[in-house]
Every structure is written in C-alpha cells, then in structure tokens.
Ligand binder design. Structure first.
Ligand SMILES: Cc1cc2nc3c(=O)[nH]c(=O)nc-3n(C[C@H](O)[C@H](O)[C@H](O)COP(=O)(O)OP(=O)(O)OC[C@H]3O[C@@H](n4cnc5c(N)ncnc54)[C@H](O)[C@@H]3O)c2cc1C
Length: 454
C-alpha cells in the first residue's frame, strides 16, 4: 500500500490529465480475496474506492475520489489457464493486454482487441472501457472476446458471471459489465477468447496531398465491400512528428496517411483492389510491406504517432468521438476550425474504418486558460459528432470527461434506466463515484475540480 506523496502524486490522474485529485491510499492486491477484503474495509470506514489498471485511460475513469482509495490491479498479472482446444484463456485482470497474446503466440493464437496502448494497458481496463484498437474493425471490440468474469461487488462479495461458454441462459450480465467503467465492481479474473493469428497479411501505407482524398478512399474501400483488418488515418501533424522522431523517409509535405491491412486467404486480392482505390483517389505514394520487418516499419507511424507528438507540447488531450464514415471530410474540417478558434494546435490519428475520430489537442496543462479552451473545443467537437448522427465516445469511455455530454446523447428515460441498473450493482455509489452517469451534483463537482486543479 502507498500513502502520502507517492500515492498523491503518482495516482492523482490517468492519461486524461485535465482532472487531478489526490487519493489517500493506493492498494496493490494480488488476489480476488485481497480485493474483496480491501473493499470491505473501505465500506466499514465509508471510504470511496476506484479500480485502476495501468492508468492509460483517456477520459478520467481512474481519477480517484478525493481522499479515497485506489485499488490498483497491477500486481494481478497471472495467466491462470490456457485452454488451447477451445481457444480460451483465463487471466487476472491486471495482466497487460499484449502479455496475453505473447503467452499464446506459440499456439498460433492471440487476443484480438489491440488498443494502441497494449504494451501496458490491462485486461481489466480493456473490459471496463470495452476497448477497441486498429484491428477491431474486423475482429470486434473487447465485448466480443470476453465470455466470463469474476467481479468483487461494491459490497465486497465475490460474483461469478458467465464462464467459458458465452451466451448462456438468462440476462447477458457479462455484456452489461463490459463497458461499466469501474462503476459496477472490480473485475479480478476473466475468460477471454483467443483468435488464430492470420497466416496471410498484406499491409500498405498511402500518402495523400489532401485529407478529402484520404477520407474518400476510406469510404470507397468500405463501399467496395472490403473489410480490412485495419484502416487507420494520420494527418500531417502526426506525420511531421513521426518523421522527426524516426526518420522513416515519408513525404513530409503529405496532408494525410492511410495505413491499410488485409488478412486471410483473400488478402492479396483485397489489397490489390484497395491499391486501385487509393490510386483513383490520387495517392501520391503507396508503400507495400514485403516482409514482417517492412510491416513493422509501416506500423511505426500509427503505433508511435501519439508518443511522437509528445515532443510538440507539454500536454495533450485525446478526444474520442464517432461519426458515420461518409462525414469524415466535413468532420475533420470542423475539428481544424474548432482548434483555430480556440488558438490551439490539433493532430489527428484515428480508426478511420470505424469512423472513430481521435483529435488530439496540444496545450500546456499548467495554464488554466488553455485548459478551459481545450475542454470547450473538445465539447464543440463532440456536439458536432452528435449532430452528424454519431456518438460522444467510440472506445475511451465517458469517465469524467464526457459526463455532462451524456444528457445530450440520451433522453431522460434512458439515463434514468441506466442509473437504476448501476444502482443495483453499486447502491451506495462508493465504487468509482462521480463517473459515467450525470447528475446535477457530478456536473458541478467536475467543473469545480477542473478549476481547482491549477
Ligand atoms: C497512447 C494511448 C493509446 C491508446 N489507444 C487506444 C486504442 O487504440 N483503443 C482504445 O480503446 N483505447 C486506447 N487508449 C485508452 C486506454 O489505453 C484504454 O482505455 C485501456 O483499456 C485502459 O486500460 P488501463 O489498464 O490503463 O485502465 P485504467 O486507465 O487504469 O482504467 C480505465 C477504467 O477502467 C476501470 N478499471 C480498470 N481496471 C478495472 C478492473 N479490474 N475492474 C473494473 N474496472 C476497472 C477504471 O476504474 C477506469 O474507469 C489509449 C491510451 C493511450 C495513452
């Protein structure tokens, strides 16, 4: 257990650094029983608690309650069972995402959800956020790959939901728990599906002089009936930063890059069709991977893109919204305009095939005025997503960041039902308080907190 400065400073936020709040204790249990014991002690003393994995969340989901306890799963990293015959694996939820795939690589299997943070983010964080990743366009998000969980309920009891067989009788409680953002309990173990590693993979990277040509290519690829394993886009700000960091020899005057990967027996045919579409949309350069090393190099711009822009500013906020793919050109123009009006720089790196945007606003979080401008610009962008028929989150969750936008997305009846469902699991509201569902109280607290952070 950590207390004092170490707890206060290292655990006062996740990767959404706009909100910070000090916990009094950070506890590192190693088993389900230790999690349950911690929860029971918190309840005895009426102390709120917050589950936390690796803290890479981008919406403030692991922000601690002031003076509360953080229950960190980072010492719960064990892979407990591998059932290769049924392509299933049981792991503790502090296990990093990539460690699951590494553990079954020799069997030709992997865990398909692949958030770009996968070297560190935990299975529990993936479950709580229903995380996606570049390859979830074809393979589906976390919810499609979890068949059962063990969860310490907010009252300290241990519950088992689902198991090795998905879709059993009764209500789909596993489906409800995935995406609960730590407000329904602390998931300690999970059964996940394993997917064969594709043996045929084709990858291309294309550069464009205009964002419109790149986004039109995205629409045309999907309209042609091709579902690539991944279809990712990066703008010129990312490209410049990546070039400076890694010197890949990419055309730095390009305005957009598309990374497209097809896999399976049809991949060679599909990638030929994709290449024609890219040419028809004026791609100025197309690079193909000839082998695994080439492929890894093509992925650098995507996988290291966010890290590379860390060179450009002290802080960044990565927003997450969804729009119909056909609206990508209009939406990206809107993002650029919102950034201009706020006097901020913005970079875009995102899952274009899903219409899942990630505008990244660059700023300095020591300057309260810049923080306000970033938050306001983000809200404008999210409202635009809604007006285009989209959603305020695709994969990063609501956390504290989007809490006062949910009222714009759902009507009162839906919000009321969601609150009632949450209250069945978490009646006292002591498990990850102030997250996901809005109430007048949480909206006020969030605003006060944001300003108090400086
Ligand atoms: C560089 C970068 C790239 C990213 N790329 C992607 C991406 O491609 N796709 C994507 O979807 N996300 C992405 N993310 C966001 C983030 O990595 C994911 O949301 C991830 O699943 C969070 O995992 P974590 O272990 O860090 O969780 P944390 O940040 O620690 O927690 C996230 C939420 O989960 C809850 N939680 C954590 N563990 C548990 C548990 N055991 N039981 C119950 N609740 C729990 C917390 O309370 C919190 O609400 C990215 C983040 C970064 C910084």
């Amino acid at each position: 257990m950590l207390t004092g400065d170490a707890a206060e400073r290292a655990y006062d936020c996740d990767a959404y650094t706009v909100h910070r709040q000090h916990p009094n204790y950070v506890v590192f249990p190693e088993t389900t029983e230790e999690v349950a014991a911690t929860v029971r002690i918190c309840n005895e003393h009426e102390i709120p608690f917050t589950p936390r994995g690796a803290g890479t969340g981008l919406s403030g989901g692991a922000l601690p309650a002031a003076g509360g306890v953080v229950i960190a799963t980072t010492r719960m990293r064990k892979i407990l069972k591998i059932d290769a015959e049924n392509r299933l694996l049981l792991a503790q939820t502090g296990c990093p995402n990539l460690a699951i795939s590494r553990a079954v690589e020799h069997l030709g299997l992997h865990f398909a959800p692949d958030p770009s943070s996968q070297t560190v983010c935990t299975l529990g964080g993936n479950i709580a956020e229903n995380s996606g990743g570049p390859h979830t366009l074809k393979y589906g998000v976390t919810a499609d790959h979890v068949t059962g969980v063990t969860m310490v309920m907010p009252d300290g009891l241990i519950g088992e939901f689902g198991g090795k067989v998905a879709g059993g009788p009764g209500l789909d409680l596993v489906g409800f728990i995935v995406g609960g953002e730590g407000t329904l309990g602390i998931v300690t173990e999970a059964w996940v599906r394993l997917t064969p590693i594709p043996t045929v993979i084709r990858t291309v990277l294309a550069a464009f002089d205009s964002i419109r040509d790149a986004t039109q290519s995205v629409s045309d690829i999907i309209a042609a009936g091709i579902v690539p394993a991944a279809l990712e886009m990066m703008d010129h700000v990312i490209l410049e930063a990546v070039e400076k960091a890694f010197g890949l020899g990419l055309p730095t005057d390009a305005m957009a890059l598309l990374l497209i990967e097809c896999d399976g027996e049809e991949a060679p045919v599909e990638i030929a069709q994709v290449t024609e579409i890219l040419r028809a949309n004026n791609a100025k350069e197309i690079r193909s991977a000839e082998n695994e090393t080439d492929r890894a190099n093509l992925w650098i711009a995507r996988k290291k893109g966010i890290g590379a822009i860390g060179r450009l500013s002290p802080s960044m906020v990565t927003h997450d919204g969804v729009i119909p793919r056909s609206k990508l050109p209009e939406m990206l123009e809107f993002v650029a305009q919102a950034a201009d009006e706020a006097g901020l720089r913005v970079a875009n790196i995102f899952h274009a095939g899903d219409g899942n945007l990630h505008p990244i606003f660059l700023f300095d979080d020591r300057d309260p005025d810049q923080v306000d401008r970033v938050v306001d610009a983000g809200h404008k962008v999210m409202k635009k997503c809604l007006s285009l028929g989209g959603s305020v989150t695709g994969e990063h969750g609501i956390g504290v960041e989007k809490i006062d936008l949910l009222g714009e997305m759902f009507d009162e009846a839906s919000l009321h039902l969601q609150s009632q469902l949450k209250a069945i699991f978490n009646p006292e509201g002591n498990c990850n308080p102030g997250k996901v569902l809005p109430s007048e109280k949480t909206c006020v607290e969030v605003r006060v907190r944001r300003r108090a952070a400086h």
